[in-house]
Design a binder for this molecule. Structure first.
Ligand code: ADP
Ligand code: 5GP
Length: 211
């Protein structure tokens, strides 16, 4: 007889542009986890696919989903609405599949406050520096330079939420950062011990980012 274990929620948040979507996609590929695809009222970027990166919906469609209480969490981020549907996530978790979330700190807090029966591991992703972050944002949103500066304005508020997460990683070299994420995912109890020493380094890094 096999014993069924519940899936785990792995939540990734970061200031915009730090690289959490890139990391989440890497984890999905390498670990064969399921990514929770959010709904958003934001317009798609040129490389984004409906149903894969997001479900792109209108304001009215989004409001209807709120009304029907279909969301596990939802929030307004950078003047657009983003939300995670309850049903697909709960189905996967109940079937023992781990689920990856790329959501902001508001959504993370909402999920934590719901006190669901599944284990939650939260990871906050920091950029190596503000200049690198700005460069990444500008390269990603080349058509609209305003997007990069608008998102940089929110950086100072967003970065302060690092403290609410179980683990923090610095995404400088992608492969190195992924290795660290992989260690967390595969043995978070063991990683917790070595993490205490790393936390001092993280605190100093955040101070530098905020200066
Ligand atoms: P976020 O989801 O945190 O907003 P993305 O994953 O979209 O950020 O990454 C922002 C941009 O930076 C993307 O163009 C991505 O390809 C790039 N990027 C992500 N991580 C790295 C890295 N370690 N080194 C260089 N570029 C990166
Ligand atoms: P982007 O527009 O760059 O794809 O995402 C902007 C921000 O919205 C990011 O911080 C991202 O993590 C967050 N986000 C994406 N989907 C969701 C969601 O379903 N819920 C919440 N709360 N935030 C989300």
């Amino acid at each position: 007889m096999s014993i069924k274990t519940d899936g785990i929620l792995f939540i990734f948040s970061s200031p915009s542009g730090a690289g959490k979507t890139t990391l989440v996609k890497l984890v999905e590929k390498k670990e064969n986890f399921f990514i929770s695809v959010s709904h958003t009222t934001r317009k798609p970027r040129s490389n984004e696919v409906h149903g894969k990166d997001y479900y792109f919906v209108s304001d009215n469609e989004f409001k209807e989903l709120i009304k029907k209480e279909e969301f596990l969490e939802h929030a307004k981020v950078f003047n657009n609405f983003y939300g995670t549907l309850k049903r697909p996530v709960m189905e996967k978790l109940n079937h023992g599949q781990n689920v990856l979330f790329d959501i902001d700190w508001q959504g993370t807090k909402q999920i934590r406050d719901k006190k669901i029966k599944f284990k939650i591991i939260s990871i906050f992703v920091l950029p190596p520096s503000k200049q690198v972050l700005y460069n990444r944002l500008s390269n990603r949103d080349m058509k609209d330079k305003l997007i990069a500066s608008e998102r940089m304005k929110e950086f100072y508020k967003d970065v302060k939420h690092w403290i609410d997460y179980d683990f923090v990683v610095i995404n400088d070299n992608l492969e190195k950062c992924y290795q660290e994420v992989s260690e967390i995912i595969n043995d978070f109890e063991k990683f917790k011990h070595s993490y205490l020493a790393k936390k001092v380094k993280i605190e100093n890094h955040v101070k530098k980012l905020l200066s």
